[in-house]
Design a protein around this ligand. Structure first.
Ligand code: M6R
Length: 606
């Protein structure tokens, strides 16, 4: 959680930092602050706009660090906002992550006379750095020696009033990227904050530190051993991180679905042979194909994507697969061994619980794989192999296009394995043809946007919703309910349609609408019966069905349609309808759907 930006160069730092923070607000937005070298430290509660309003005119310093916060230790307040300073005011620190031993460290420092001005875990870092300098360390030594004392995770950027033309940053579990421009350097939590200024970046790794000055950058280990790391060129452009004319990022990102599905599959399907080509899995292809067990881990929407992945892997790849909520899996007895493949799904690649499962699996000698959107993120770097989503930056806090691409990538991986096992070339071709038709079919689904908006308005006053689906549609029912909860704050429950009569049907009455996923598939009749049971109790039903299904129009109150396709493609098509439905209800109820209350985009705390 939280976002860091640092700038050092020839231009006024304020503008660079404020723009960078705006791009990072999706990481947290309850308070923000900045420190400009030689000038002042300003902090404010609320989003970056509030901070901007509070800045005095005429700040012209050309080096500084800034932070946007999502509170973990200490409530959102000005005192708890970053940067935090040392007792004498010589050290300024912005920090992402958690200092787990901060209470012990704080107690020890207080016994020595330190006075703390915040309730955060982060402030101890500034105090410790100043203490090390007083004890004779150089600035660099003071930072690395402090990092050796603190336990937990961090991405930090530090400035020292005694060396105003220097920023030191370091990473352990919370990402830091270095941006290299013309006579200017940047530090950020991710590239979206700096891509406007430079595309040349270096992803700092755990245990590494970087020092930037107006004319140089140096990277070294926490033991001060110099490193020679190569820079990379970022492919994202600035347009990708703007709203592109849409009212909200969420809508823009839903509407990007055709492009996203194209990009996630681009160059990965071989129509002639029915094969899938996944460069990121080539080296481990043999191990993966012969594994006896796959465990998928993820949180939130990623977990629901994993539920569908399980069905794909079992049916297409023929591999027994379990899917686990990462925050649960990591704390119970795990029977995994060298033969187990652990596959993490994560948009951000930074979700602490998912990362921890991967670290644990790596320790146990399992083969680890990532399905990750953010290139160079912590999970992407921790796994043995992986497949990037190529969905582009997702700014809306509620996952939409990334979730969609996760479904497609999981299908591609299943077919990749399946073709090496028991899926024939002609079977492969059939699936690939449908994957290739997805962008065009999803465009037809999105064309119902106005109709969805009308239906959403009609039901927007409801206090509860039930989402039901079976087989491939079951995980999508869960995801649909989550999406509605996130952006509309309406209570919604996702349920297996067949489970409904084992409990939830008790809630149904005319004020409790149900979204029923009923594409024309192998369980159509079963789901149809469940809808009849709801209608018999006066429950309203909004059905998501296949085009041309006359039977459903006769019984449901409202119908939204997907084009005909293979059964296993249906969930990809139905997903966007549910995303649009949630979007319109959220907007109609007056909520900021891009930044729902209490949420943050990447959950880097446990
Ligand atoms: O970045 P990740 O995919 O690892 O994030 C996992 C969840 O935190 C995320 O999917 C969350 O549930 C979203 N808010 C869903 O919209």
């Amino acid at each position: 959680m939280c976002g860091i930006v640092g700038y050092i160069g020839k231009k006024p730092a304020v503008e660079m930092l404020i723009n960078g923070l705006k791009a990072l607000e999706y990481r947290g937005y309850d308070s923000a602050g900045l420190y400009i070298s030689g000038e002042q430290c300003v902090r404010s509660i609320g989003g970056v706009d509030n901070l901007y309003k509070k800045l005095p005119k005429g700040i012209s310093g050309t080096a500084g660090i800034a932070h946007t916060r999502w509170a973990t230790h200490g409530k959102p307040s000005e005192e708890n906002a970053h940067p935090h300073s040392s007792p004498s005011g010589s050290i300024f620190v912005v920090h992402n992550g958690i200092v787990e031993n901060y209470i012990d460290l704080k107690n020890a420092l207080e016994e020595q006379g330190s006075v703390f001005s915040s309730k955060t875990d982060s402030e101890v870092i500034a105090h410790l750095i100043e203490k090390q300098i007083k004890d004779g360390d150089t600035f660099e030594e003071s930072v690395v020696n402090t990092l050796k004392i603190i336990k937990g995770s961090y991405g930090i950027a530090v400035m020292n009033t005694q060396e105003p033309e220097k920023i030191i940053a370091a990473q352990n579990g919370s990402p830091i990227v270095l941006g290299i421009g013309n006579d200017e350097y940047f530090i950020a939590s991710d590239v979206s904050a700096i891509v406007k200024h430079t595309k040349t970046v270096l992803y700092v790794k755990d245990g590494e530190c970087v020092v930037i000055t107006p004319t140089s950058h140096n990277i070294f280990t926490i033991n001060l051993k110099p490193l020679n790391r190569k820079t990379e060129e970022v492919v994202w452009n600035t347009e990708q991180v703007k709203k592109g004319g849409y009212k909200h990022f969420m809508l823009k990102e839903i509407m990007e679905a055709p492009e996203v599905l194209k990009n996630s599959a681009r160059g990965r399907t071989l129509r002639e042979t029915g094969d899938v080509k996944l460069g990121g899995l080539e080296e481990i292809a043999d191990k993966l194909t012969h594994t006896k067990r796959i465990v998928i881990v993820g949180c939130g929407s990623a977990y629901y994507a994993g539920m569908l992945g399980k069905q794909y892997f079992e049916e297409i790849a023929g591999i027994p697969t379990e899917v686990e909520i990462a925050s649960e899996y990591r704390y119970r007895t795990i029977l995994q061994n060298k033969g187990t493949v652990v596959l993490a799904i994560s948009q951000s690649g930074e979700t602490a619980d998912t990362l921890s499962c991967i670290n644990e699996a790596n320790n146990k000698g399992c083969l680890t794989i990532g399905v990750v959107n953010v290139v160079g993120s912590s999970i992407a770097r921790a796994v043995d192999a992986g497949v990037y989503n190529h969905a582009g930056p997702e700014i809306g806090v509620a996952s939409t296009k990334a979730f969609l691409s996760q479904l497609e990538v999981l299908l591609l991986i299943a077919l990749y394995i399946g073709r090496k096992k028991n899926i024939s070339s002609s079977e492969g071709k059939i699936i690939i043809d449908e994957i290739n038709k997805l962008p065009q079919k999803i465009t037809r689904v999105l064309a119902q946007n106005k109709k969805i908006e009308r239906i959403a308005k009609k039901y927007a006053h409801s206090k509860n919703f039930l989402y039901i689906g079976r087989k491939y549609s079951y995980p999508i029912a869960l995801e649909g309910a989550l999406k509605l909860k996130e952006v509309s704050y309406i209570h919604a429950e996702g349920y297996g349609a067949g489970e409904m009569k084992h409990g939830p049907i008790a809630m149904i009455d005319e004020s409790f609408p149900t979204i029923a996923l009923i594409p024309s598939d192998s369980v159509y009749e079963k789901t149809f019966s469940n809808i009849e049971e709801i209608r018999a109790r006066d429950g309203k039903v909004i059905a998501i069905a296949t085009q041309g299904d006359k039977k459903i129009s006769a019984i449901a109150n409202d119908v939204l349609e997907i084009p005909q396709s293979l059964e296993l493609i249906h969930p990809i098509l139905t997903t966007v309808l549910l995303q649009l439905f949630a979007y319109h209800i959220g907007v109609h109820r007056g909520h900021n759907v891009d930044r729902p209350r209490n949420l943050a985009k990447s959950v880097t705390v446990e």
